[in-house]
Design a protein around this ligand. Sequence first.
Ligand SMILES: C[S@@+](CC[C@H](N)C(=O)[O-])C[C@H]1O[C@@H](n2cnc3c(N)ncnc32)[C@H](O)[C@@H]1O
Length: 243
Amino acid sequence: MSFGLSHGRDLDTRGIEVSAAELPPLPDEIVLDPRAGFRDPRALFAHPDRPLELEIGSGKGTFLARSSPRRPDVNFLGVEWAGEFFAYAADRLRRAGATNVRMLKADAVEFLKWRVPDGVLHVIHLYFSDPWPKRKHHKNRVIQDEFLAHAWRTLVPGGELRLVTDHDEYWSWMEAHFERWTSPVRTRNVPDRIPVPAFERRAFIPPEGVGEDELVGTNFERKYRDEGRSFRAIVLRRPAAPA
Ligand SMILES: C[S@@+](CC[C@H](N)C(=O)[O-])C[C@H]1O[C@@H](n2cnc3c(N)ncnc32)[C@H](O)[C@@H]1O
């Protein structure tokens, strides 16, 4: 598909964009069976056997553009709901000749819930997720108990949710959730089907190739670093299956 954007250059997302044919509309059966719309996202790649990492909110695609050539044995799926960022990132990845990256224009939270089967993701990346600072907008934050349940469900045992934020108040909100989701004592927020602790905390080790003093080197990290903000980073690991 070709997007004509105001800055005068046509953005070409072909080959990178997940098309409507590849992800048809949700079937009617979804009403009775919430799993009826599941499609294995690994099948979107030329080498479906490779581990799959999903990025929520790819923005201009800097994380994907850096990671994909450095880790050719991994497949990356970027999910971005804002049309202009989506098109910019997909065009950028196409021009770079990336063969192990696809991009989907969608709400990543809904995608995870309705489309992604159990245990297919090795990593979920969430960098500088929108903080929605007003109380009445907190419901729009990506980090919610329901999201964490779907992150747990879609990750392989041993898989990771990797997260960086600059926002202190959103971080406190996240911490309150992570407290429950890493506790060995079940709270009512963690469904009975999920063994506790649902996640283990791990230190965030920056991926290969980021700049000195950087955590992930995304556009927002650079912008906020220039403004002198500090960052919080964490890895939540779904425990490996018992031997
Ligand atoms: C603050 S920007 C960060 C972009 C990039 N991760 C970075 O660090 O530079 C947040 C991005 O997430 C996207 N986004 C927020 N919620 C989303 C959702 N539920 N599904 C898909 N994209 C989302 C926004 O459109 C925006 O591009």
